[in-house]
Design a protein around this ligand. Structure first.
Ligand code: FES
Length: 257
């Protein structure tokens, strides 16, 4: 039988505990995409002993921030989604998905208080309808591309895509987009000139902010319907055109370049 100490050693996951520090080094499931459905996508969460708030901003990006406002500790789960972030319901401080303070409306116009405020925030990625968070130190590890988490277009576009990390976004010189991780031979995407390693930044003229966002738009295409894709390749923007095909492409995927 385990002693109390041994039990605590393997089950306590709060900050600073051995199990907690280990598990924080990996992406952890935080919620289902469906849990943020509706017109107010904000949800309080408790992960590894930390009280947090998960939300989806107006651009469809997910944020996971500390639950209590750094001003007077108000519960941000009661906040408002507006102006590019989550606004505290008490004095209106506004935070984006990275915890950056965007506004402190009660301060005088010349105040730079906001520039010195940062709310705790953790990165979130969406995979197969599940939202995963990384609560560890430094840059998160690459998300493992297990089959379960790689989306294959079932309408014949024939691409697999993944989230764009902050580092890659910086490298490609773009703010948003999704990374194409593979393109099936003879697929509609292949014929349109999309390549593995491209970053899709727009689809049919609108910005692409996440894999789920792109998925919804591709699903809405009819067989034979034309599509236009904005991509960043070698730091240069390109516009590619193609036609959706319902025939499933052969499942031969080109590796990431
Ligand atoms: S308590 Fe949040 S802005 Fe004052």
């Amino acid at each position: 039988m385990l002693s109390r100490e041994q039990n605590d050693f393997i089950t306590r996951t709060g900050k600073g505990t051995p199990a907690g520090e280990l598990m924080r080094r990996y992406w952890q499931p935080a919620a289902l995409v469906d849990e943020l459905a509706g017109n107010r996508p904000i949800r309080p969460l408790r992960l590894f002993g930390e009280d947090l708030v998960l939300f989806k901003d107006e651009r469809g990006r997910y944020g996971l921030v500390g639950r209590h406002c750094p001003h007077r500790g108000t519960d941000l789960a009661y906040g408002r989604l507006e102006d590019g972030g989550l606004r505290c319901p008490f004095h209106g401080w506004l935070f984006d998905i990275a915890g950056k303070c965007l506004e402190t409306p009660a301060e005088p116009p010349e105040s730079n208080l906001c520039a010195n405020i940062k709310q705790k925030a953790y990165p979130v990625v969406e995979k197969s309808g599940i939202l995963f968070a990384y609560l560890g130190p430094g840059e998160p590890p690459a998300f493992p591309d297990f089959d379960t988490f790689i989306w294959r277009s079932n309408n014949g576009l024939g691409i697999t895509v993944g989230d764009l990390s902050h580092q890659l976004a910086e490298y490609f010189g773009t703010k948003d987009g999704v990374l194409v991780t593979s393109v099936a031979d003879d697929s509609a995407a292949f014929k349109s000139g999309i390549k593995a390693g491209d970053v899709i930044t727009s689809f049919n003229g609108s910005e692409v902010t996440s894999p789920s966002d792109l998925r919804q738009r591709i699903r809405a295409l009819q067989d034979g319907e034309e599509f236009t894709v904005g991509v960043m390749r070698d730091k240069k923007p390109l516009t590619l055109k193609g036609k959706a095909e319902t025939t499933r492409p052969r499942r031969t995927y080109r590796s990431v370049v």
